[in-house]
Design a protein around this ligand. Structure first.
Ligand code: ADP
Length: 247
């Protein structure tokens, strides 16, 4: 019996801040083409886990295996190069540029074929920008200045700016916060589309959205796993109910 192939294997991960273990001997595994959602009360360690994976915070101990590399030994920019994209809660788009330009400047320079003619590259970039714009529901807004987009469209644009770099793992921190119901539904659709080529790791509080997207849910509490499994499994887990209801 072959063990399954994991895209991401977090093993024994610990980080201490002045002796306080925000993440405490945490292990979890994300498969290829999986949407994993991390939930848990405030202060559970969710953001810290994403910070550790993208190299913003350095682990005290443990390992994060990703495509044969240990991310705990790499710098933030090397982790991006290795195929990990991270979106923070606040959109960081260029408000005074168009949607097209925002996507274009996010196209990874390093991945173009070295020595290719400039016009060939331009055509490739344009094609890729249009492909991504279609996925994020902004194909008819390519010429629009980004500051005129709705809050939800700005969130999608930032996801697009990561997608154009073709990450193998995309990490999102509360992607539907502040979105309308229809934008939330379309975001779920977007995630289901993009995992054909990658895995997605999401921190989310909106349980309706979690039900719509999660293949598997990891419930964090005090830096450790309280429960893990399908949404149905974790929401009926007495340990989870206790923590959420505060008994
Ligand atoms: P969550 O995202 O689940 O709300 P966090 O990962 O933000 O939780 O925080 C987990 C715990 O670690 C909190 O108690 C928080 O105060 C603490 N913490 C996070 N980052 C730091 C830091 N840089 N220095 C000290 N304590 C931190």
């Amino acid at each position: 019996h072959q063990p399954p192939e994991f895209l991401l294997a977090v093993e024994g991960l610990t980080v201490s801040f002045d002796g306080f273990k925000a993440v405490n001997d945490l292990s979890f595994y994300v498969e290829e083409n999986e949407i994993r959602v991390i939930i848990g009360p405030n202060g559970a360690g969710k953001t810290t886990v994403l910070d550790l994976i993208c190299g913003k915070t350095k682990a005290t101990s443990g390992a994060i295996h990703f495509r044969g590399k240990d991310l705990t030994k790499m710098k933030e920019n090397e982790i991006v190069q290795a195929g990990v994209g991270r979106k923070f809660q606040t959109p960081s788009i260029y408000e005074d540029l168009t949607v097209f330009e925002n996507l274009e400047i996010s196209y990874p320079q390093g991945r173009s074929v070295f020595g290719a003619l400039a016009f060939q590259r331009t055509a490739t970039v344009r094609e890729r920008v249009e492909e991504v714009a279609e996925a994020i529901f902004l194909k008819d807004k390519l010429g629009m200045s980004a500051d005129l987009l709705s809050h939800g469209q700005k969130q999608w644009l930032e996801i697009g700016m990561l997608l154009i770099q073709d990450p193998d793992l995309l990490m999102l921190d509360e992607p539907v916060a502040g979105m309308s119901v229809s934008e939330r539904v379309k975001t779920a659709e977007l995630l289901h589309t993009i995992i054909k080529d990658r895995s997605v790791l999401v921190i989310e509080h909106d349980m309706k959205f979690v039900e719509d997207i999660a293949h598997k849910v990891t419930v964090l509490h005090q830096g450790q796993i309280l429960s893990e499994g399908s949404m149905d499994t974790v929401k009926n887990d007495p340990k989870v109910i206790e923590v959420y209801l505060g008994h």
